[in-house]
Design a protein around this ligand. Structure first.
Ligand SMILES: Cc1cc2nc3c(=O)[nH]c(=O)nc-3n(C[C@H](O)[C@H](O)[C@H](O)COP(=O)(O)OP(=O)(O)OC[C@H]3O[C@@H](n4cnc5c(N)ncnc54)[C@H](O)[C@@H]3O)c2cc1C
Length: 403
């Protein structure tokens, strides 16, 4: 997947933001004040916030790929979530609600393409309609106080081609160009003085006199290391091995990561325009994701997805045979679609903390001082709504650090 989407209206602008940022290296550096591992939206938000709060302190971000944001951050639904679904009091609920507000402000400030498009969670049967009331209540407890319950007529007025007997309307759910967000975060981090070093793959962490020696392969393949008293693990799908390098028994600590793939199928423009908003089914307890739903992108594309199934490795192919499962998932509420309308599109992989059949887990964001690792902060299991939450996560982590 390209780092910047060719359809991004600000692609040229984003390109210019990134040039000179991601080629930076750490040659000549021996000791810095903080090291962030991982250049997705979360690591970049942490780096940008640290550099902003602590001017004059050295912040280095190490990213293994040749550009930032090439893994989960560029393979999502690009939805700015409202914060409805997550357990009350969880980090996912709190950081999503805080993060949504911060992200809309950030988008306005930096002209990042986004749209507050709104979302419907639709019920097709009386049983499903009953679950919508619970969802409204959960949203309110989480601080999402602008939800509305719509009847059939009101749903029809908003979405004449969607079949539903009622729906929850979330007006603050939106969509964002995640590629431009990544580029702008990298630029902000670099502007504040952070070094964003791509093609630096972390391969080990040793305890050193005053913190940690982080070992990595540099751009030319040679091994090197960098010392710091603060290390923040934002390595996404690679976060479990990073925690293990620091000496944590990841299985014992409950930090084992399971990869859970999500595929998308696109539908033709001629039918995509029949749906204007994001349209979701109600979430079922046994679902690993939010159910197969309609996502809209800023270039006008309409996609269905993502599904959710556990995989062993990082394989982003979409199985065309899964079109039937998708069609079965949406045909009752999008009756104008036929199976042949579905074409394989992209896929992403969630770093889940729960094994198959286990209940959902919260984000882990933790200073590991009590594990004998002062200055080492782990971020593990940052799946959805990690994109929405990235700026709130950046604030939370920066507040844990004293430079
Ligand atoms: C299918 C799908 C749909 C989603 N939809 C949404 C959505 O609509 N809204 C939302 O809010 N969230 C969504 N999410 C979740 C969101 O995309 C993630 O939570 C977010 O992108 C996580 O960002 P990150 O920076 O933690 O991880 P990543 O983007 O994966 O970044 C981690 C980085 O660490 C680097 N790394 C790993 N190991 C090493 C190493 N050893 N050395 C150096 N670098 C390393 C990787 O290369 C990578 O760039 C979705 C996720 C998926 C999979």
């Amino acid at each position: 997947m390209p780092f910047l989407s060719s359809c991004c209206p600000a692609a040229g602008f984003c390109d210019s933001l990134v040039s000179g940022v991601t080629e930076a290296g750490v040659a000549g550096m021996q000791t810095v004040d903080s090291i962030i591992i991982g250049g997705g939206v979360v690591g970049l938000a942490v780096a940008a916030e640290l550099a902003r709060r602590f001017p004059g302190r050295s912040v280095v971000l190490l990213e293994r790929n040749s550009a930032c944001g090439q893994e989960t951050s560029s393979r999502s639904s690009e939805v700015i979530h409202a914060g409805i679904y997550y357990d009350a009091g969880s980090l996912r609920a709190r950081l999503c609600v805080e993060g949504k507000t911060l992200l809309y402000q950030f988008c306005r400030r930096w002209d990042i393409p986004h749209r507050r498009i709104g979302k419907l969670i639709v019920a097709k049967s009386p049983d499903e309609a009953d679950t919508l009331t619970d969802l409204m209540n959960r949203g309110r407890i989480n601080g999402v106080d602008d939800l509305e319950l719509l009847d059939r007529r009101q749903v029809q007025a908003l979405e004449p081609h969607v079949k539903a007997i009622s729906a929850v309307w979330s007006p603050t759910t939106g969509i964002i160009d995640s590629h431009c967000l990544t580029a702008r975060l990298a630029w902000c981090a670099a502007q504040q003085g952070a070094t964003v070093a791509c093609r630096h793959e972390v391969i080990g962490i040793d305890r050193a006199a005053d913190g940690y020696a982080v070992r990595f392969y540099g751009p030319d393949g040679t091994k090197d290391d960098l010392h710091s008293s603060w290390v923040v693990n934002c390595a996404g799908l690679g976060a479990e091995p990073i925690a293990a390098y620091a000496g944590i028994d990841t299985a014992g600590a409950g930090y084992r990561l399971y990869y859970c793939k999500g595929e998308y199928f696109r539908i033709p423009m001629s039918k995509g325009h029949l749906v204007e908003h994001l349209v979701y089914p109600p979430p079922y307890k046994d679902l690993l994701g939010l159910g197969i739903h309609v996502t809209k992108s800023l270039d006008g594309m309409t996609k269905l997805g993502p599904n959710a199934f556990y995989v062993d490795g990082l394989d982003y192919d979409v199985d065309p045979g899964h079109a039937l499962e998708f069609y079965d998932g949406i045909k009752d509420y999008l009756p104008f679609l036929s199976r042949d309308d579905l074409q394989p599109d992209t896929a992403g992989i969630r770093p889940k903390l729960q094994a198959p059949d286990e209940p959902a887990r919260d984000f882990i964001i933790r200073h590991e001082a009590d594990k004998g690792l002062p200055g080492f902060i782990n971020l593990i299991g940052i799946e959805s709504p990690g994109l929405t939450s990235c700026l709130a996560i950046g604030n939370m982590v920066a507040a844990m650090i004293e430079l």
